[in-house]
Design a protein around this ligand. Structure first.
Ligand code: ADP
Length: 293
């Protein structure tokens, strides 16, 4: 394990001496192996993966920096990333978790709405990142629908075509791409800073009861995409949604666009995990197309 190099890099990044006291493998990650690196003064959260995935860690570090700058929701402070012993590594502040409660859920809702208030005059981001382990393109665009059509739906559909998912999925996908302006006749999305992969596994609470988010796939886009994802796999309470709406209410038509936005994640899951996600993607497409007409 590349602990020696990582320790040196921690010292370089923080400007403080760091000595490893112990290392502990952690469970829970989908994609990487994770460790608690205990030092004499501070502890760090380390993710390791194959060296060729170091761009993924660079993007995660940049995403955490972008979220941290907003001073809205707590994120693990990103320390450094790089390659050592043929592995890519990412070093973050280690946060000891506490338990969610009504107050922390409310705070998360309020703080997410404030985070979404951080906006740009363009959709996208200054760099690509990953969603799961799939590349996520974020080329800046003035046009949200073009951005979503090309860099989200078509991108995933093309990956799927290469994997042999042709036929109905592709035909419905093309139809959806050409008809998607019909979902946006009364609604003009703004370019908010998004977490981008906001499912319950990427949110927690620290020991002081403050909400934390991590493992982002940031870009500037319609805030509804973040909200939609919180509903895709569940785990966020009514307190969370009520608090969000209190700060910045959602607009009419969200319920339909929610399925549209979540389709992206289901297409990505189909790309990553295959199987049952095909039926889910097809039925989501049918639902959205039926809502349009
Ligand atoms: P992966 O990219 O492999 O999915 P995550 O970033 O989701 O990994 O982290 C895996 C798990 O490690 C999380 O579910 C969480 O429980 C824990 N975790 C993540 N970041 C930290 C951190 N900075 N400090 C302590 N625990 C963390």
């Amino acid at each position: 394990m590349p602990w020696q190099t990582i320790s040196k890099q921690i010292e370089a990044a923080t400007g403080e001496p760091f000595k490893v006291v112990s290392t502990h493998p952690l469970s829970g990650g989908d994609i990487n192996t994770a460790f608690l690196l205990k030092g004499d003064r501070k502890s760090y959260f380390i993710k390791l993966n194959k060296a060729e995935l170091s761009l993924m860690f660079e993007a995660e570090l940049a995403g955490l920096q972008e979220l941290a700058k907003t001073q809205t929701i707590r994120v693990p402070m990103p320390i450094t990333c790089g390659q050592a012993s043929e592995q890519a590594y990412l070093v973050l502040e280690y946060i000891f978790f506490g338990s969610k409660n009504k107050t922390s859920e409310r705070l998360l809702g309020q703080q997410l709405a404030l985070m979404h208030r951080q906006q740009q005059p363009y959709f996208g981001w200054h760099r690509q990142n990953t969603i799961g382990s799939t590349l996520q393109s974020n080329i800046k665009s003035d046009e949200w629908l073009t951005f979503w059509r090309e860099q989200r739906l078509t991108f995933q559909l093309q990956l799927l075509a290469k994997k042999g998912y042709t036929g109905k999925l592709q035909l419905d996908g093309e139809r959806l791409c050409s008809e998607l302006p019909l979902l946006f006749t009364q609604y003009q999305p703004q370019a908010s800073l998004l977490h981008g992969d906001l499912w319950a596994g990427n949110a927690a609470v620290d020991q002081q009861g403050r909400p934390i988010i991590f493992d982002p796939a940031c870009y500037y886009g319609d805030r509804e995409a973040d909200l939609a994802m919180t509903e895709l796999f569940g785990g966020f309470s009514q307190d969370f949604y009520a608090a969000y709406q209190n700060v910045w209410p959602l607009e009419a038509g969200y319920a339909v666009r929610k399925t549209f936005y979540n389709l992206y994640h289901i297409l990505n899951h189909l790309n990553l995990f295959g199987g049952g996600y095909l039926r889910q993607a097809e039925s989501m497409m049918s639902l959205i197309l039926s809502e349009i007409h």
